[in-house]
Structures are given as C-alpha cells and as structure tokens.
Design a binder for this molecule. Structure first.
Ligand code: FVH
Length: 292
C-alpha cells in the first residue's frame, strides 16, 4: 500500500526495540506515522495502532519532511539510505542511531550533498522510558532545523540541543555511556566478589546502591579539579593511599577465585601517576595520562 506525502506525517525507519518505541510514542501523541523496517513483520503492531507501513525505505522517506532513523549502527543507516539519495532533498533526517562523532559529521556532510538537513541524536533512555519524564535525547546539527522540529522531537523525551557540530551529540552520548559502563563494570566485579563467598547479590544490591548514591557528587567535584588542572586541591583521599588499597582488589580476587580483569586498567594508570610523582594529589589526575 502506497504512502502519500503529508506535511504532518513523521517517518520512522527502523523498528527494532527503540524504533518501535519511538513510532509508538509519535502515534500516542497524535502524529501520523509512516514506518519502514528491513524485516517488514515488525511494522504490524504499529500498523495496528494506526501507522502506515511503507513498502520500501524510499517510500517512507517520501512520506514526510521529518525522517527519523533508528537502526543498529551507521553501516545499516548507510546501506538503507544510500540507494535513495534522489528522495532526500528538502527533508530533515534525524539519525538516532548510536555512532561516533566522526560518523555523525560524515553523515551530515553526505546529507547536505543530497539537499537534506541533518540532526544527529543520542537517546539517553531505554525503550520503555521513551515518552516518560526520565528520558532525554541529545541533538546536534543546525539549530534552525532543531528548533523547527523540536515540538515533535519532544515527544520522545526532553530534547537537549548540544550544538551545531553534528558530532556533539554522539560525543556526549558516548561520554555518558562510558560513565554508565564504568559503573556496570564495578558493579559486576562487586557481585562476583559477593557471589564468590556464597552471598546473595540480591541482598547486597541495596547496600551497593546506597554507596553509589553517596558518590553522586563525585563527577562535579572531579570536574572542578580537571577544569582548573589543580589535582592537589581539597584532596581527602590521596592517590598514593588509594593505589596502596587498590592492590587489595587483586589479592582478594585471587583469594576468592575470581578474575579482577574489570579493575585492571585503572590500576595500571594509578601506578603510573604515582610513579610520576603525584601520590599526594587526587586520583582525578589520572585523566592526564589519557591524553594522546
Ligand atoms: N535499546 C536500547 O536500550 C538502546 C537505548 C539507547 C539507544 N540505542 C540505540 O538505538 C539504535 C537501535 O537500537 P534498538 O534497540 O532498536 O536495536 P534492535 O532492536 O537490535 O534493532 C535494530 C534495528 O536495526 C535494523 N537493522 C540492522 N541491520 C540493518 C541493515 N543492514 N539494514 C537495515 N536495517 C538494519 C534492524 O532491522 P531488522 O533486523 O528488524 O530487519 C532493526 O530495525 C542502536 O543504534 C542502539 O545503539 C538503543
């Protein structure tokens, strides 16, 4: 069934867990939605809610001036869009696929070559959070295109515009995810340690939560030291002391028969920083070793 061009229609390319959540949110907010997915059957639940299923990606692009793309990775985005450069002119592509700043900049230039505005986005939510107050989405690219489509994009969650460099959203997205993965790595090590002693991770989890919540202020305090470059200011837990204690993670892991490999990289950096003469400073100074 063909999809007619409609100024008020929003197109969504990619109906995985996230794309389906985005399309559902648009439908729930009263938008007309044209959807396309490589595996067509994934459109069926959305068609039942009122979406129109496009037979091809080109047909979906032609249906709207706003085209939201949410696929697995940039390779899949390129494979999907590249055969349809002739239908991109005059449209705004909002690419919510996870990627790198470089990939986003390259795609923005490619879209411009074909007459389309390009906004890159980073979704800071899992699918069930879409359209709830907890969700926020980072956007970067031309501010005019962002402002024009902001009311529609707000359906997904709070829209946070982070600048006209198309790579900014991906950069901040990856920065936020790296904070998340650091927490996940530490948590998995903690649970492995608890489990190695026959303990219940379920019982331990609230204590870990309490501890992590107590660390809530750490990023802000660390940022203050990093921006001033003064790693010796207001030190309460000096690096030399922390490095000496950190070794116990490896000894305990050996004793308990688990691997401490999730904790190894930070220790190598702590040791180098101590060896460079910064034992009296804060652990934050390790960031200097990440410069290339
Ligand atoms: N789900 C999440 O928790 C995170 C939250 C933050 C943002 N991410 C990013 O969102 C992108 C999509 O993620 P997703 O959860 O929808 O992923 P899947 O459910 O695995 O769906 C993948 C879709 O991509 C299509 N696809 C894959 N390869 C190709 C290709 N070569 N050509 C065309 N389409 C392709 C796939 O189609 P199909 O397998 O159903 O035919 C799905 O529509 C992602 O960047 C996350 O990092 C989600």
């Amino acid at each position: 069934e063909g999809v007619a061009m409609n100024q008020k229609t929003v197109s969504v390319l990619g109906l995985g867990d996230m794309g389906s959540a985005l399309a559902s949110a648009l439908l729930a907010a009263g938008h007309q939605v044209a959807v396309w997915n490589r595996t067509a059957a994934k459109a069926e639940p959305l068609v039942a809610k009122g979406a129109t299923s496009a037979g091809t990606a080109a047909e979906a692009i032609l249906a709207s001036r706003l085209v939201v793309v949410c696929l697995l990775d940039y390779d899949s985005v390129s494979q999907t869009l590249a055969p349809h450069t002739d239908v991109l002119a005059g449209r705004t592509l909002v690419n919510l696929t996870n990627g790198t700043p470089g990939q986003a900049r390259e795609m923005a230039a490619w879209a411009a070559d074909h007459g389309a505005d390009y906004l890159d986005g980073g979704i800071m939510a899992v699918p069930p959070m879409i359209a709830t107050p907890e969700a926020f989405v980072l956007y970067s690219g031309p501010s005019g295109a962002f402002e024009a489509w902001r009311p529609v994009l707000n359906v997904f969650g709070e829209s946070k515009y982070v600048g006209d460099d198309p790579g900014s959203a991906a950069l901040q997205d990856l920065a936020l995810l790296s904070g998340m993965y650091g927490t996940i790595a530490g948590t998995l090590h903690a649970f492995a340690l608890i489990r190695s002693a026959g303990g219940s991770t379920r019982e331990f989890a609230p204590l870990l939560n309490r501890w992590l919540q107590g660390m809530n202020g750490w990023p802000v305090a660390a940022a203050e030291q990093i921006d001033t470059g003064d790693y010796g200011k207001d030190v309460v837990s000096n690096l030399g002391m922390q490095e000496a204690g950190y070794v116990n993670h490896f000894i305990a892991a050996e004793e308990q028969g688990i691997s401490a490999e999730l904790l190894t990289p930070l220790h190598a950096l702590m040791k180098r920083r101590v060896a460079d003469g910064h034992a009296d400073e804060d652990l934050t100074g390790v960031i200097e070793l990440l410069k290339r």
